[in-house]
Design a protein around this ligand. Structure first.
Ligand code: 5GP
Ligand code: ZN
Length: 136
């Protein structure tokens, strides 16, 4: 059995506020919410992140994210939601079990998205080449 904090939550060994559960997924309140209603959607099967989750588990998680985004916005009377996933340590992943964050957002809540910039000359073309090559 994986010694993983989210697996322990899924097995019921650590308590959580369960938002939704089905055969393949569990959704529960994040213990340290950005805003109230901040929910994590995780597959019940253990893997690490987007790089090794099975397509079946990812599809199940994705569909639950879609349904819960609607319920969280409506239930929390929010003005929108952010959906985010951190994958690997240097992308900010703290818990190595795949999970998607659904964060309700409110007009004037003051949260900022990640900083953005412009492409330099030729950089967009080089970038496309790298990603398209990796796809084949
Ligand atoms: P990550 O940075 O890996 O995407 O996010 C992990 C999230 O899990 C954090 O937002 C953190 O607050 C949440 N978290 C960590 N431990 C627990 C826990 O024991 N219970 C719950 N409900 N959330 C947790
Ligand atoms: Zn796990």
């Amino acid at each position: 059995m994986p010694d993983c904090i989210f697996c322990k939550i899924i097995r019921g060994e650590i308590p959580s506020y369960k938002v939704y559960e089905d055969e393949k997924t569990l959704a529960f309140l994040d213990i340290r919410p950005v805003n109230a209603g901040h929910t994590l959607v995780a597959p019940k099967n253990h893997s690490n992140n987007i790089f090794d989750i099975t397509p079946e588990d990812w599809m199940a998680v994705s569909e639950v994210v879609r349904k819960l985004a609607i319920a969280i916005e409506k239930g929390m009377k929010a003005d929108g939601v952010n959906i985010a996933m951190n994958n690997r340590e240097h992308a900010g992943q703290l818990v190595p079990h795949p999970h998607v964050h659904i964060i309700p957002r409110f007009k004037g809540d003051g949260l900022k998205l990640m900083p953005q910039r412009s492409y330099e000359n030729g950089e967009a073309e080089e970038t496309l080449e790298k990603i398209r090559t990796a796809l084949t």
